[in-house]
Write a protein that binds this ligand. Structure first.
Ligand code: ADP
Length: 562
C-alpha cells in the first residue's frame, strides 16, 4: 500500500457518502480538496464569495434530501461562511462545513490567516471541532455526516489545519468507518399516538401545521391521507409548502388567522412554535396542541401541549393513520359540509379576492403583484422558487404556488437576506430536471449578485428575476428612519432604475429589461426558453418604488417577536 494525502482523504470521504457536489472558493489550504474531489467524481462548484458556498450547499442539501457540503479556505474565507452555518442551524438543514486553518505546529506564531475558528462556530452548529491528524480524517468526516443527518438535522464544522491536509499517511494507517447511521427512523410512543388519535377524532375544528422538518422523511402520502380522511384543513410554513400541493382543497393558507384562532385541536408536524407561528399565542387559549418533532427538547416550547410525540414525522404519521383505521367513516364528508371548513373557505376566498385587482394591475411602474402573477402563469407546476427580499417575500407568499416537495426556498427561520441567488444555484444543481426561478428584491439581490457568474460559468440555467423597486422595503423605509429634515443622501433607497441585467450581459447570459406590464410575460417566456436551451437568464423588472404589502403579509413583521 502507498501513501495518501490528507486532502485526498477528505475528498474521498465526501465521495463515499454519495455526495456529488462540493461548493467552495479555491484557496489555501483547501484548494487540493477541490481538485481531489473532481478526481473522485465529486463536482467542485467554484463560487465568488464563501457566504454563497455555504448558502448553495444548504439549499442543495434541502432540495436533494442529503447533506450539503462546502469548503472554505482560511481566516476571512472561514468567517465569510459563518452566516451560512447560522442559516443552516436555524433552519435545521444538514450541512458539513469544512474550513481551512493555519498549521498546527505554528499556533500563536502569526501564521498567515491564523484564526481560532472552532469557538466561532460553536453556537451555530451541532459540532465544531478541529481534526487532529490526517489518518483520522475519515473518522471525523463520518462523525460530521452522522451528526449533520441524525435526529434534528443541522450543520457541523470541521477545522482542517494546513499541515493535517498536506500530510502524507500510509494508507493502512487510515481507518474507514462503515455502517455509521441508524437505518430506522424513530417511532412515537404508542400511548401518545393513541391519545393524539382520540383528540383528532373528537375535534370539532381540527387543523394541521406542516413545517419544513417533514423534508427529511418526506411523508407526502401520509400527510395527504391524514387530512383527507379527517377533512382537516392545514397551513404550511413558508418552506413547508409543496409537501401537500398548494392547490389541495384543504389548504387554508389564505385563511391563516381564521385557522389559527379557530382550531380546537392543532397537529403540528415538523414545525416550531417560534415567531413564525406567533409563539403559539394566536391559537385559542384552550386549543389542544399535538406536537410531533424528532427533537425532544422542542416539545412544549412557548406553548403548553396536550400531547407531545417524539419521533420521525413519517413514522409517527403512519402510526397515527393505523390508529385511526376504521374509525373515520364519513368524517371527511361531514367536515366538507360543516361550519369549520365553510368559515375557512369563505375567508380564503375573500382574502384571495382582495388581491385580485393588484394581480391584474396595468400601471407602470409595474406592481409587484402583477409581476408575481405573470411569473406564476409562465412557469410550470414543478418549478422551484427561491424568493428573497421583504416586499418580494411577503407578496410572493400570497401569489406563487408550490406543488412538489422542497420546491420553495426562502429566508425562512432567520430571515437571512441574500439567500435568493445562491439558494437557486444549489437548487438547480440538486434538481437539474426542473425549472428554477430566483426572485429577488433589489436589496436582497445585491448581497450575492456575483453568483450569477458562477451560474453562467458552471452552466446552471436559472432564471434570475430582480423586482427592482430601488430600495429597501420598496423605498419607503427612509421616511420612517428618523433621518434629519432635508437629509440629502440616500441611505435606504438606491440609484433609481438600475439596469441589473447589464451585469448578466457582462457575464454572457440571456438578459431582459422590463418596465411596463405588457412586456412582462413575453420577457419571462423568453428567459424561460433560454434556460431550456441551457443559458442562464436575468430579468430586471423596474417596479413600483413605494409598493406596500397589504393585508395578511403586513403581519409578518409584527410577528417576529421584537
Ligand atoms: P418551519 O420553519 O417550517 O416551521 P422549523 O425549521 O422551524 O420549520 O422546524 C422544523 C422542525 O422539524 C424542527 O423542530 C426539527 O426538529 C423537526 N424535524 C426535523 N426532522 C424531522 C423529522 N424527520 N421528523 C419530525 N420532525 C423533524
Amino acid at each position: 500500500m502507498g501513501t495518501v494525502e490528507g486532502s485526498a482523504l477528505v475528498a474521498r470521504a465526501i465521495q463515499k457518502e454519495g455526495i456529488t457536489t462540493l461548493f467552495g472558493l479555491a484557496g489555501g489550504p483547501i484548494v487540493e480538496i477541490m481538485g481531489y474531489a473532481a478526481q473522485f467524481g465529486v463536482r467542485p462548484i467554484g463560487v465568488r464569495h464563501e457566504q454563497a458556498a455555504a448558502f448553495s450547499a444548504a439549499a442543495y442539501g434541502f432540495v436533494k434530501n442529503e447533506v450539503g457540503v462546502c469548503v472554505l479556505a482560511a481566516g476571512p474565507a472561514v468567517t465569510n461562511g459563518l452566516t451560512g452555518a447560522h442559516v443552516a442551524f436555524d433552519n435545521c438543514f444538514p450541512m458539513v462545513i469544512l474550513g481551512g486553518s493555519g498549521p498546527q505546529h505554528g499556533r500563536y506564531t502569526g501564521t498567515f490567516q491564523e484564526t481560532d475558528n472552532v469557538p466561532m462556530f460553536r453556537g451555530i452548529t451541532k459540532m465544531s471541532v478541529q481534526v487532529d491528524s490526517a489518518a483520522r480524517i475519515p473518522d471525523y468526516m463520518s462523525m460530521a455526516f452522522r451528526k449533520a443527518r441524525s435526529g434534528r438535522p443541522g450543520p457541523v464544522y470541521l477545522d482542517l489545519p494546513s499541515d493535517v491536509l498536506q500530510k502524507q499517511v500510509e494508507e493502512d494507517e487510515v481507518h474507514w468507518p462503515e455502517n455509521y447511521f441508524a437505518d430506522a427512523p424513530p417511532m412515537g410512543n404508542a400511548e401518545q399516538v393513541r391519545r393524539a388519535a382520540d383528540l383528532l377524532l373528537n375535534a370539532d375544528r381540527p387543523a394541521m401545521i406542516v413545517g419544513k422538518g417533514v423534508r427529511w422523511s418526506e411523508p407526502t402520502a401520509e400527510l395527504k391521507r391524514l387530512i383527507e380522511t379527517l377533512g382537516m384543513p392545514f397551513i404550511p410554513s413558508p418552506m413547508g409548502r409543496g409537501f401537500i400541493p398548494d392547490d389541495h382543497p384543504l389548504n387554508a393558507a389564505a385563511a391563516r388567522s381564521t385557522l389559527m384562532q379557530g382550531a380546537d385541536v392543532v397537529l403540528m408536524v415538523g414545525a416550531r412554535m417560534n415567531w413564525m407561528f406567533d409563539f403559539g399565542r394566536r391559537f385559542a387559549a384552550d386549543a389542544k396542541i399535538i406536537q410531533v418533532d424528532i427533537e425532544p427538547e422542542e416539545i412544549g416550547i412557548n406553548r403548553g401541549i396536550e400531547v407531545g410525540i417524539v419521533g420521525d414525522a413519517k413514522a409517527v404519521l403512519r402510526q397515527l393513520l393505523a390508529e385511526l383505521e376504521g374509525k373515520t367513516d364519513g368524517m371527511a364528508d361531514r367536515a366538507e359540509e360543516g361550519p369549520w371548513l365553510t368559515a375557512i373557505r369563505e375567508k380564503a376566498e375573500a382574502n384571495s379576492a382582495s388581491i385580485e385587482p393588484l394581480l391584474n394591475a396595468d400601471e407602470s411602474p409595474i406592481r409587484t403583484f402583477r409581476l408575481l402573477k405573470e411569473i406564476r402563469d409562465v412557469f410550470p407546476r414543478d418549478t422551484i422558487y427561491s424568493v428573497d427580499g421583504q416586499i418580494t417575500l411577503g407578496t410572493g407568499r400570497q401569489v406563487l404556488q408550490s406543488y412538489t416537495p422542497a420546491s420553495r426556498l426562502n429566508s425562512a427561520s432567520n430571515g437571512c437576506m441574500g439567500v435568493g441567488v445562491p439558494f437557486a444555484v444549489g437548487a438547480k444543481l440538486a434538481r437539474p430536471d426542473v425549472p428554477v426561478v430566483s426572485l429577488n428584491g433589489d436589496c436582497a439581490f445585491g448581497f450575492n449578485a456575483m453568483e450569477m457568474e458562477t451560474a453562467v460559468r458552471h452552466k446552471i440555467p436559472v432564471v434570475f428575476i430582480i423586482n427592482n423597486n430601488s430600495g429597501i422595503v420598496g423605498g419607503n423605509l427612509e421616511s420612517r428612519m428618523g433621518l434629519p429634515d432635508n437629509y440629502d443622501e440616500r441611505v435606504a433607497t438606491y440609484t433609481p432604475d438600475i439596469r441589473y441585467d447589464k451585469i448578466m450581459e457582462a457575464f454572457g447570459g440571456h438578459t431582459e429589461s422590463v418596465s411596463s406590464p405588457d412586456e412582462l410575460r413575453p420577457a419571462l417566456q423568453r428567459a424561460y426558453e433560454a434556460t431550456k436551451a441551457g443559458k442562464v437568464a436575468c430579468v430586471n423588472v423596474i417596479s413600483e418604488h413605494m409598493e406596500t404589502m397589504i393585508t395578511r403579509s403586513t403581519r409578518a413583521s409584527a410577528l417576529m417577536g421584537y
